[in-house]
Design a protein around this ligand. Sequence first.
Ligand SMILES: [Zn+2]
Length: 353
Amino acid sequence: MEIKNNRLTGATFVEANAYNKTAVMKPDAIIIHYTAGASGNATVKLFAAKTSKTSAHFVVSEDGTITQMVDLNRKAYHAGTSSYNGRSSYNNFSIGIEISNPGYLQKIDGKYYTWWEVKKDKKTATPEDKVYVGKHRNAVTTMTYWYKYTDEQIKAVKELCQAICKAYDIKEILGHEEIAPGRKCDPGPAFPLDALRADIVSNTKKDLNVSELFKDAVKESASTSLTIGRVKVKLNFRQSPSSNAPLKSSPMAADTYVYIIGSDSTGEWYNILYEMTGWMDKEFVEQDNTDDNYDGELTTNSAMLYNDQKKSRRLVSDLKAGTKFNILDQQENMFRIQAVVEGWASSKYITKI
Ligand SMILES: [Zn+2]
């Protein structure tokens, strides 16, 4: 696969109805989605329809066929409200890949149903060999059920990401679930996102154009959980935790976002990752915990999420402490929330923010 003039050569191009037709975008991130739909063709038709308000650059069908719908130097509308590592509004700089896949499945009486079958009449269950059982990255322990991606789709998405990384300076490949964890759960655990990232990074040896920051971030995130910091003033970046230590690079500009990967034994210095690792005086780095647009937060260690608020409810997932989300509804002592997947949780564990 090859990208030339912002298009995937050889792929069918069907123009999406809604995208930014004036501003030019310089993509530096790829966002992976599932369509939650029944087929790739249906999604292409949906994005092309005159009434459509959403779009993505690519749709990958079940047989691995890729349809391009927006030029790669134009902003498509796929990410919505989103933030990750101190950056927000991912539509402004990311390429959206929609993989045709029904998504999250509900298990009812031993059978697995897509969301539309649950809404309709539950006549057609998902064949068991199409069901993937796994823990979502935004859940603590609960196993949930997902529609399997085809091998052709996984191969096509990988090759497409490699071609995109060759054509542009891509720093991140992320799931929608990572940039909008309170709202979105795609592509979900059935998609091998971590393996894809590891693959692309190891392929940098073969001249792929992936930045140093992206490689480091993947390496570090495997062992530590990363915290984002904002540098408050123009600040020295040093080789060791001491104000006499040699400088690592020229001073960092105020308002730079960096990864905080640890502290020294005195607790006065942060170990910082920003293209390379070094040290910064803690006093001048502020942890960035801004999570806009969520109106609820889980204030206990974990909580259960159910399909409805009645006594006969089924468990659909669990939630991690500190998870933020949108509260969609309230019935007596339960909130309906969108976190990992949509469901009901006891209001006694939830604080409105
Ligand atoms: Zn999505």
